[in-house]
Write a protein that binds this ligand. Structure first.
Ligand code: KIV
Length: 281
């Protein structure tokens, strides 16, 4: 498999769909790499699915650096993109410094929310590839909530305009989150960079899902657009219950699951305990 670079991802538009998934640690990234996905996003959704918070607003740059480093250790051909967290790109200078930390942690591109044209220009000028994100942008939760965007024609037009501005500013691809599929189709058709949808229907150039949603691993509410490809949560609970039963019943571990000791060493050990006597060994 060829290494996925930003230009490779961009070149997939019109050829085949792009496969993207989030990951937050080494094992999730390892399996995503092994499965041959194109893009691994270290999403700030980790605030919700890893930290158990209600929004992504509490995620810090330090946390994104930590998780990006773990994901980047799972070497492979997928492009590793790291989310710029809330308040880490309030102006172009701060954005370059923040993105630099993510790149040094192993990210190969960054993603940021909203039509932050000046910030995108500053990052691309420094050679940092940028993925845009419009529609439902969770970092604007306090103003917009977690509501589908673009259901009214004016707001659909606004999202299209934002998408064009982001492309114009130099982004190599664009996430469309939670917008009507007809709007996503029009935006996809109006851009030369690929769109990657989540809750945006079948007409995007690619799809992304949150790792824990796809695998049935998140105990909270599942968004309606998610398709679960496994139900690992209940499987994990069942495995932990079986472990608990075995421990309580003395069935785990067996001697075979422990470490052995040579007979003569054991005898010497017991003799030493008995003050040199072989009695009662
Ligand atoms: O943080 C995230 O996981 C995301 C995806 C939903 C695109 O931004």
């Amino acid at each position: 498999m060829e290494k996925r670079t930003p230009s490779y991802i961009a070149s997939l538009k019109g050829k085949r769909k792009i496969v993207a998934i989030t990951a937050y640690d080494y094992p999730s990234a390892f399996y995503a790499q092994a499965a041959g996905v194109d893009i691994i996003l270290v999403g700030d959704s980790l605030g919700m699915v890893v930290k158990g918070e209600e929004t992504t607003l509490g995620v810090t740059l330090e946390e994104m650096v930590y998780h990006t480093r773990a994901v980047a250790r799972a070497k492979g051909e997928a492009l590793v993109v790291a989310d710029m967290p809330f308040l880490s790109y309030t102006d172009p200078h701060q954005a370059v410094v923040s993105a630099g930390r993510l790149i040094r942690a192993g990210a190969e591109a960054v993603k940021l929310e909203g039509p932050r044209v000046e910030v995108i220009r500053a990052l691309t000028a420094e050679g940092i590839p940028v993925m845009g994100h419009v529609g439902l942008t969770p970092q604007h939760y306090l103003r917009l909530g977690f509501r589908t965007q673009g259901r009214k024609w004016r707001s659909a037009l606004k999202i299209l305009e934002q998408a064009k501005e982001i492309e114009e500013a130099g982004a190599f691809s664009l996430v469309l989150e939670s917008i009507p599929f007809r709007v996503a189709r029009v935006i996809t058709g109006n851009l030369s960079i690929p769109t990657v949808g989540i809750g945006a229907g079948p007409f995007c150039d690619g799809q992304i899902l949150v790792f824990h949603d796809l695998l049935g691993l998140y105990p909270g509410k599942k968004p309606s657009f998610v398709r679960e490809y496994a139900r690992l949560g209940p499987a994990i609970e069942e495995a932990l219950r079986a472990y608990g039963r075995d421990v309580m019943e003395g069935k785990y571990p067996t001697e075979d699951e422990g470490f052995s000791m040579k007979e003569e060493e054991y005898i010497k050990f017991m003799e030493a305990l008995n003050g040199g006597s072989k009695e009662n060994i």
